[in-house]
Design a protein around this ligand. Sequence first.
Ligand code: NAP
Length: 325
Amino acid sequence: MEYRSLGGTGLQVSALGFGCGAVGGLLVKGEYPAMRGAVERALELGINYFDTASMYGSGQSEANLGAVLRELGAPVLVATKVFLAPPDFDQLGARVVAHAEASLRRLGRDCVDLLYFHNFLGVQRHKTQAGISDLEPVLRALEKLRQQGKARYLGFNGLGDTGAVHQGLDLGGFEALQTCYNLLNPTGGRPAPAGFPFQDYGQLIDRAAGQGKGVVAIRVLAGGALSGSAERHPVAAASVGPISTSADFAADVDRAGRFSFLVEEGHAGSLAEAAVRFALGKEGLSSVLVGISSIEQLEAAAQAQALGPLPPAALGRLEEVWKRP
Ligand SMILES: NC(=O)c1ccc[n+]([C@@H]2O[C@H](COP(=O)([O-])OP(=O)(O)OC[C@H]3O[C@@H](n4cnc5c(N)ncnc54)[C@H](OP(=O)(O)O)[C@@H]3O)[C@@H](O)[C@H]2O)c1
């Protein structure tokens, strides 16, 4: 396993991180032995970064991850996230603290290595996910938690309005962020071609890395669409709402077909492998998360990591695909 610096934190994180979200679903809906087996295998593979959140299965992912890590006694890096719903907004600081403390209780830990603010910035994604424009009061509350020894480093979600996300970066105070980066929408890490149909992240990854922030990639497989198949694993979320790509998952799966040449021309063994290798090749990313439904998917991600980035010939062909409307 390759290890990379998480910005200026001094932490070394595995290039491949274990996504404990609801899309992959193993740490939310899996049977306990399957969860334990996958985490144990991840540790053998050298993965040291586990990403959860209070939102994943309404706390179930945190509780499951905490139980498995306690049983395995594993000294890994754990990240979780605070999410605020509209009723929290009137007492924002107190609610940030209360939500973080509830996460620590579920995880069974006194401290997490990384505590992210989970809300989208600036926009309302849908009625249950209000966007937040002013990060300052959130940052103050997170700082308080850090002073109390409950979080080592702080991060925010590089999702929402591009302008608001870049402003979040300029606020300082946060050491890390998460953001989307995948074959369907690579604008976090390269200029958007003219007429690009999805959100333009304005090379957020490059800007953040240039400021010494740790950047963690999410949705590297576009929630599974970049497997090229619309079929969902039994423990996976039954439906996936795309982030910064097509209007619906079926359209993302359809668009993923544009990248099948990577397999047909022998650059990668499968589209999922190509997607993981594409993200791993992005300079400035500290860790690439993969949502896991099964131990087989974990093994596949680790094999992709071992193969290294996509070759330059493949990357050259990608430029042509991104320019197509
Ligand atoms: N900060 C945020 O707001 C945010 C948002 C999203 C995600 N995240 C984090 O990022 C992590 C990863 O994101 P994600 O789960 O949303 O999406 P993802 O990693 O893009 O997609 C995960 C899906 O890809 C499919 N997959 C994985 N390996 C595969 C393989 N070898 N072959 C075929 N298909 C494969 C699986 O689909 P099937 O299950 O259908 O097989 C899995 O559910 C999450 O667990 C979470 O920790 C953070």
